[in-house]
Design a protein around this ligand. Structure first.
Ligand code: KIV
Ligand code: NA
Length: 267
């Protein structure tokens, strides 16, 4: 039986064949994704795409644990990374350790992800030294949507680019095993990838990153408004509408259930 990929294996792929990843949140989609990617992120984007929230700020540890468990249970090959939700790690390295330990112990995931650059470096080092592989996340960090003034691309002036590059270097030096680079101008994503020693996982970044990630609901066509950086690889939303509409019609016509769907008495 195949063994799950590990954080060190992902880290070792810096500069190699691109690392493939997607988010997944449940036991319906995660097993379909599992054999085809290198890691699965149980992202706090689930608050928006699975729970109808308008940001990720309302997602808590219990919700991440519930979805993380579902994904770990229903997969066998991919590394599973679970997002640390807003409010569960920022206050101190100790608070972050307690939250990360719960995520790992209660879900069985192999790594956690947190948002932040230089200001989270101490926390990343604290977790890494205590056996918790940490993926960092720089650029457009959705938990900071209120401070950033919206979900908008980052790195449009030299000072912003210098700050984000500094963030990526800081998390790499602090011991993160990989870093998500989200929503930044392509030349910056390329410079970060050349500069840091850990794999960069791009989303709205550049094909030069060491890997890519997308929110699965977006790429499958299950969400109606998507940012410019999303490519739709499927039309699953349309497929669902068609199936539900066919079902509704057949129920109304009493065409479903048919003979083969009903039980007949044996005697
Ligand atoms: O929550 C999420 O889905 C993420 C990815 C988009 C990187 O953080
Ligand atoms: Na996230």
């Amino acid at each position: 039986p195949a063994r799950r990929r590990t954080a060190p294996e992902i880290q070792a792929r810096k500069g190699g064949t691109p690392i493939v990843s997607l988010t997944a949140y449940n036991a319906a989609f995660a097993p379909l994704v599992d054999p085809l990617v290198d890691f699965i992120l149980v992202g706090d984007s689930l608050g928006m795409v699975e729970h109808g929230m308008d940001s990720t700020l309302g997602v808590g540890l219990e919700l991440m644990i519930a979805h993380g468990r579902a994904v770990v249970r229903s997969t066998a090959m991919s590394l599973i990374v679970v997002d640390m939700p807003f409010g569960s790690y920022e206050a101190s390295p100790e608070a972050a350790f307690r939250s990360a330990a719960r995520l790992m112990a209660e879900t069985g995931c192999g790594a956690v992800k947190l948002e932040g650059g230089a200001h989270m470096a101490e926390t990343i080092g604290f977790l890494a030294a205590r056996g918790i592989p940490v993926m960092a996340h720089v650029g457009l960090t959705p938990q900071a949507v209120n401070a950033l003034g919206g979900f908008r691309s980052q790195g449009h002036d030299a000072a912003a680019r210098e700050k984000i590059l500094g963030d990526a270097v800081a998390v790499s030096e602090a011991g993160a095993f990989a870093v998500v680079v989200e929503g930044v101008v392509a030349p910056l994503a390329e410079e970060i990838t050349r500069t840091v020693s850990i794999p960069t996982i791009g989303i709205g970044a550049s094909s030069a990153c060491d890997g890519q990630i997308l929110v699965i609901n977006d790429m499958l066509g299950l969400t109606d408004r998507v940012p410019r950086f999303v490519k739709r690889y499927g039309a699953i939303g349309e497929a669902v509408s068609k199936a539900v509409s066919d079902y509704a019609g057949e129920v109304r016509e009493r065409a479903f259930p048919a003979d083969e769907h009903v039980y007949k008495p044996r005697g």
